[in-house]
Design a protein around this ligand. Structure first.
Ligand code: ADP
Length: 396
């Protein structure tokens, strides 16, 4: 019996999923929220049941203890020894981590060193890693990086046209993110198309709260819309995506409560994007409902999102010099019929056409017409499964 747990640790949360491997069967999953705050919440789902408890969880070590105790309490496992592997999502791997790795002291030190590239995420990821090492020191421990899939980008794509010393001395370049998702859906798309991924040009569109679009040539990422940080690209739930950088000093100079760059970046990360325009919510379901009810701000937010998505997808048709398929994934990409319809409609010149009977809620696989030169696919992403598979692959 081999059980593997996939961990996605945020600054105040810890998402997890327990698998029976190599069968890839999900045994349980859960979420611990509000770590370090009062009234933390731990939720566990298993066998069609859900259990939730509210208690104070001081840090990630305690969160891991609670999650493991929950597994015992609900008889999902009878003994810790059943868990043989853990895979941790790590946001920034920099130029150093080109693939997932077994975590030793050196790898952990490197992950912490890379915190400068993801100050909110890498320290939380490292805290999750340490917490597991404390409690289950002998199990296989693997780090899976959001950036690894994008390390195949050519220099023309990853360099910014700014003075070279900022790349050489300060590592300022495009790293991208959501790599695990783009990797997974590109492989699943190849299966759906019945061709080896090496023979395909794909544009993968991960459209959730965070949004990134990737050009995948022969299975490799050759360009992606997120940049030095996940703030770049099309507008997102609360993130601005690409804007003129001169707006930043302008706002600092002209708005009293924006005192420094950190204040503005906070606005760009948390009060912008769909939320900034629609104002009611960053949640696309609410924005679509507002648009259907005739709300002008929700309509503008929807139309701006479509415009930004189309521009990035259009760019990647150029980068790839044509594509075999466009792949929609993540919360909005998998579920929003209206977003898919609007995006593809405006790109019909590229040879894409949706089959209205196939572009419905719950659709999976090919949703384009038989004549559509470029296929359009809906592929549900599964980053946790990639993490669990990488633990199996790297196990000694
Ligand atoms: P995260 O990036 O946090 O993992 P998700 O991939 O879960 O986010 O995507 C969340 C987004 O998906 C939200 O904007 C949500 O409104 C949207 N979404 C989920 N279901 C639907 C739906 N049926 N129609 C439109 N948008 C949806």
């Amino acid at each position: 019996m081999s059980k593997t747990i996939a961990i996605n640790a945020g600054s105040s949360s810890l998402k997890w999923q327990l698998y029976q491997m190599p069968e890839e069967k999900v045994l349980a999953k859960g979420l611990i929220e509000r770590i370090g705050l009062k009234d933390s919440i731990s939720t566990v789902k298993f066998d069609g049941q859900a259990a939730s408890q509210t208690l104070d969880i001081a840090d990630h070590v305690q969160a891991v203890k609670i999650l493991l105790d929950d597994l015992l309490a609900h008889h999902i496992i009878e003994d810790f020894s059943e868990i043989t592997g853990v895979g941790h999502r790590v946001v920034a791997g920099g130029e150093f981590f080109k693939d997932s790795v077994l975590i030793d002291d050196e790898a952990l030190a490197k992950i912490e060193e890379l915190s400068a590239l993801a100050p909110l995420h890498n320290p939380a990821n490292a805290a999750g890693i340490r917490a597991f090492k404390n409690i289950l020191p002998d199990i296989t421990s693997v780090a899976v990086f959001d950036t690894a899939f994008h390390t195949t980008m050519p220099e023309v794509a990853y360099r910014y046209p700014i003075a070279t010393k900022y790349y050489e001395e300060n590592q300022v370049r495009k790293y991208g993110a959501h790599g695990t998702s783009h990797y997974y859906v590109s492989r699943e798309a190849a299966k759906a198309l019945g061709k080896p991924v090496e023979e395909l040009k794909l544009i993968t569109a991960h459209i959730g709260n965070g949004i990134s679009i990737t050009a995948v040539d022969g299975g490799k990422s050759v360009d992606t819309s997120m940049g030095f940080t996940p703030l770049a690209g099309p507008m997102m739930g609360t993130r601005s995506g690409d804007i003129d950088p001169a707006i930043i000093p302008y706002l600092i100079e002209n708005v009293a409560d924006l005192k420094d760059a950190a204040d503005v970046v906070n606005v760009l990360n948390k009060q912008s994007g769909i939320l900034g325009i629609a104002e009611v919510s960053s949640d696309m379901r609410e924005v679509e409902a507002g648009r259907e009810a005739g709300d002008a701000k929700c309509t503008l937010a929807f139309d701006m999102l479509i415009n930004r998505l189309q521009k990035f997808i259009g760019q990647y048709f150029a980068v790839l010099n044509g594509a075999d398929a466009l792949v929609f994934t993540a919360g909005i990409g998998e579920n929003s019929v209206a977003v898919r319809e609007a995006v593809v409609k405006g790109l019909s010149w590229f040879g894409m056409e949706l089959e209205p009977e196939k572009n419905v809620f719950g659709a999976e696989g090919d949703i384009s017409t038989p004549d559509s030169k470029v296929k359009v696919l809906v592929i549900p992403t599964d980053e946790e499964l990639v993490i669990a598979r990488d633990v199996e692959r790297l196990k000694k």
